[in-house]
Design a protein. Structure first.
Length: 175
């Protein structure tokens, strides 16, 4: 016999399963009860809580330049594990009107995954970098919770961030 006790604690999104075994022998005598350890059952997939540009090396007066690294953090609803042995997850940024690929760099074993993109010469974005909806791609990698549930990668659009404008055009003298 077994008992299943739902745990409505939304913080860990899991349930506890306790198994107690009873048996009788051929003569109908009850054997001793054996209690097993508790097991957690996690069937909830991790979801993306937020996506945001969280930093850039070299930002001056809200502008980033060629060679500056822009970091984007995708925060999940629980701790996730990234396996990038078969491919590295990416996140698509929009610089100006052009899609650019930020590559996963760190965060496996936490709820924050960091993606990084290096600004290239010739790029310009006077409104600020934005992130389209559902911009995370696995590229043959995986993002799962510790129970092995695949991450749900959908998220909302992140509008132009005026703190991260791009200007890689060197000033010139016209007179």
């Amino acid at each position: 016999t077994g008992t299943f006790t739902p745990d409505n604690d939304t913080e860990d999104d899991s349930n506890t399963l306790s198994l107690a075994t009873t048996y009788t022998d051929l003569a109908g005598n009850n054997g001793p009860d054996n209690q097993t350890a508790n097991y957690e059952v996690d069937t909830l997939a991790p979801t993306v809580s937020s996506v945001a540009i969280t930093g850039a090396a070299g930002v001056q007066n809200s502008f980033v330049n060629a060679g500056d690294n822009v970091s984007v953090t995708a925060t999940f609803s629980e701790v996730v594990i990234v396996d990038n042995s078969s491919g590295n997850p990416t996140l698509t940024l929009v610089v100006g009107s052009t899609d650019r690929t930020a590559t996963y760099t760190s965060g496996s074993g936490s709820d924050d995954l960091v993606f990084r993109y290096t600004i290239q010469s010739g790029e310009t974005d006077s409104n600020g970098i934005s992130i389209g909806a559902n911009a995370i791609a696995l590229n043959s990698g995986t993002i799962k919770d510790v129970a092995g549930n695949d991450g749900i990668l959908t998220h909302s659009l992140v509008d132009n961030n005026s703190s991260y404008k791009v200007d890689t055009t060197a000033p010139s003298v016209d007179n």
